[in-house]
Design a protein around this ligand. Sequence first.
Ligand SMILES: [Zn+2]
Length: 153
Amino acid sequence: MYITVHAAAGAAIGQFVDEPWIAFLLGFVSHFVLDAIPHGDEGIVKWKLFKTTRRRIMAAAILDFASLMAVSVLWIVYSDLPQLTGIFYGIAGAILPDALWGFHELTGAPFLNWYRNLHASTHKIFKIRLNLKQGFMLQIPVLVILTLIILIF
Ligand SMILES: [Zn+2]
């Protein structure tokens, strides 16, 4: 899933957790649970607006980062101060798996080959494949629900 959705899950979980390392760990685990749900990110490689896969991935990453910045301001402004530690650690744990994956993609670091395979395998637990549009139709409501959970509690 997009980093924005993973971060929302980390924040939604982290706000209920006082112990930072537990918020981090739960955020980390939530990443793999969400990645197991078919979510259509693979469809980015067919995005017609851009000519190369590299440009498509760059554009998606920039849009993802921009939406994360926009919604995380909401999460922070509407959360109570004591919740922010758990929220930040939850977000860090939830986005670390994709940061590790990206690091491996960029560097090809052999010591992370096992991790790359583990991360990729979570995407293949269910055989259903969604296209980009269907992926958005799933991820946007998930993001809205998680954001409501962050704002309400
Ligand atoms: Zn991932």
